[in-house]
Design a protein around this ligand. Structure first.
Ligand code: SF4
Ligand code: SF4
Length: 224
């Protein structure tokens, strides 16, 4: 990032008062951005920089940096969409990666900024950090999630691993700690498989309960 960009980037509130390049000419600075394939320009511009979300953000509390706050990240995402920041910018990657995605800022925001959607749209533009992440992205986003049969096979593998006792053996042996790639912490994040090894046969349609099974409405207080 050049010196000028770094200055506006670290002083986002002041920068936004003056608007973005192109806004004063009526030409959208975001036209053609791949981010607009995922979110709308209106969503991108909803933040009014009031700062009411700041005290809800754990990363802002930890670092005290505007660039690690929801407001600062929204601003960086707008710079990314306008082309003023490049997807491989190391600072941009650092600050977006540090976001926990907890969306505490989203529920606190009075303007309804769809922070989660903005973050996902922006992260989709960032290049993989290393070859391991590149392979993982291709295997999951490029293959697994695109093929239902592969998903079913992966689900079966997960159920066999967890329900057969193999998982307990692996964890007790500590073998994952000696393998490369921090596999132990990744394994700990595996979702818990439901049911047994054999996938339960769920009905295609589950009919609603009869209307008379609904809870009665609370009585109205007529004294008010
Ligand atoms: S994200 Fe919402 S609460 Fe935070 S600065 Fe923007 S408008 Fe204000
Ligand atoms: S999602 Fe969580 S960590 Fe990320 S900016 Fe919002 S409050 Fe902060």
């Amino acid at each position: 990032m050049d010196t000028q960009n770094r200055t506006i980037y670290e002083n986002s509130t002041a920068r936004d008062v003056g608007g973005f390049v192109g806004e004063e000419t009526g030409v959208s600075p975001y036209a053609g951005s791949p981010i607009l394939n995922i979110i709308t320009e209106k969503q991108l511009k909803t933040c009014v920089h009031c700062g009411l979300c700041l005290s809800y953000c754990p990363t802002y509390k930890a670092t005290g940096l505007e660039a690690d706050s929801p407001r600062g990240r929204v601003f960086q995402i707008r710079l990314l969409a306008s082309g003023e920041l490049q997807p491989d910018d190391p600072d941009l990657n650092k600050h977006l990666s540090l976001c926990l995605g907890c969306r505490a800022c989203e529920t606190a925001c009075p303007s309804g900024v769809p922070y989660g959607a903005l973050l996902e749209a922006a992260r989709a533009q960032l290049p993989p950090k290393n070859s391991q992440e590149r392979v993982l992205r291709k295997a999951t986003l490029g293959f697994l999630f695109m093929h239902p049969t592969a998903m079913q096979a992966a689900g079966l593998g997960l159920r066999i691993y967890q329900k057969s006792g193999l998982r307990k053996l692996v964890q007790l042996s500590h073998i994952l700690k000696v393998l490369p790639g921090d596999l132990a912490s990744k394994e700990a994040m595996l979702p818990d498989a439901q049911g047994g090894i054999v996938k339960p046969n769920l009905p295609r349609v589950t009919p609603p309960k009869p209307a008379n099974a609904r809870r009665p409405a609370a009585p109205v207080n007529r004294e008010n």
